[in-house]
Design a protein around this ligand. Sequence first.
Ligand SMILES: Nc1nc2c(ncn2[C@@H]2O[C@H](COP(=O)(O)OP(=O)(O)OP(=O)(O)O)[C@@H](O)[C@H]2O)c(=O)[nH]1
Ligand SMILES: [Mg+2]
Length: 332
Amino acid sequence: MTADARELAAGVFEGDRRAVARAITRVEAEGPSAASMVRAVHGRTGRGYLVGVTGAPGVGKSTLVDRLTGVLRSRGRTVGIVAVDPSSPFSGGAVLGDRVRMQAHAGDDGVFVRSMASRGRLGGLSRATADAVLVLDAAGFDVIVIETVGVGQAEVEISRAADVTLVVTMPGGGDGVQALKAGVMEIADVFVVNKADHAGADRTAAEIEAVLRLNEYGPADWRPPVLRTRASEGGGVEEVAGAVDRFRARGGDGAARRRRARVQARVRELVSRRFLEHAEHAALEPGGFDRVVDEVADTVIDPYTAAERILDLAVRGAAAGARGPGSRREAG
Ligand SMILES: Nc1nc2c(ncn2[C@@H]2O[C@H](COP(=O)(O)OP(=O)(O)OP(=O)(O)O)[C@@H](O)[C@H]2O)c(=O)[nH]1
Ligand SMILES: [Mg+2]
């Protein structure tokens, strides 16, 4: 951990907004400074409650998050928000839109909003988002909201990583349930049918209820409620906050298990990434990885043999590195 990161972390622990912003910028970047930053703050994490909000573009997630933030603030809770700006062409203006909406909380030290762009770097997005959440957690925010568009697997994964997941939809075209992408239905702890001022909200809610009756989604001790909101006026948002509280307050070890699954997934992901980096760039001689790939492309060897060979070389290289310095690149 660098002295630099430690100093920044001290600012984060005090809730210094500039330090929080700079720390998030660090974790957004790929490379050793992100790891160093996380190392510096991680001991202070684990207290914030993580609320994932996902749904198709334009259903009103940001509007809902804004209103929910208002409700939480009125109860004295502080709120950190990470909004993942999708690479989807539907939502080009999301970042600006979020900023404008969040003006309602401008000047409120109890609210911190950060937008992250997913464009062109889906691979590192979930890591960067998870690390930004850790920074906000270490800064002492009571609730941390993660808004993602439920379009890609990475975005869905990000929401799944929360303590509670809200799936937002809206009435439309009589295909409310079809509009929920496969994989999104399963992760919802709370369903929100927003834009309930539009026609068809009751029908959409009924369709979701019907699907829920036929399937065993989510934790065994919890039946996901289907709530209707009019986020632009704040209608129904108190009920959403209430559902989150009830989910949080329920007994059992569900919350601990989810948390454990979350950190397990993170550690696994980091190990795979690091291992691949090591195999590609450090364990084999320069160009070695590409040469193995060439052999597969030329059908000299098959992909399984290639993987075995690389694994073998990488593990042997790592073992040699563990015995003495100099034979392997230092990991960040
Ligand atoms: N009629 C109606 N419009 C709403 C409601 N909630 C949000 N909107 C509008 O729907 C539009 C999209 O709202 P956003 O909150 O930006 O939706 P989003 O899901 O965050 O959108 P992306 O982040 O771009 O995916 C905006 O014009 C909102 O004003 C509602 O309850 N009723
Ligand atoms: Mg939004």
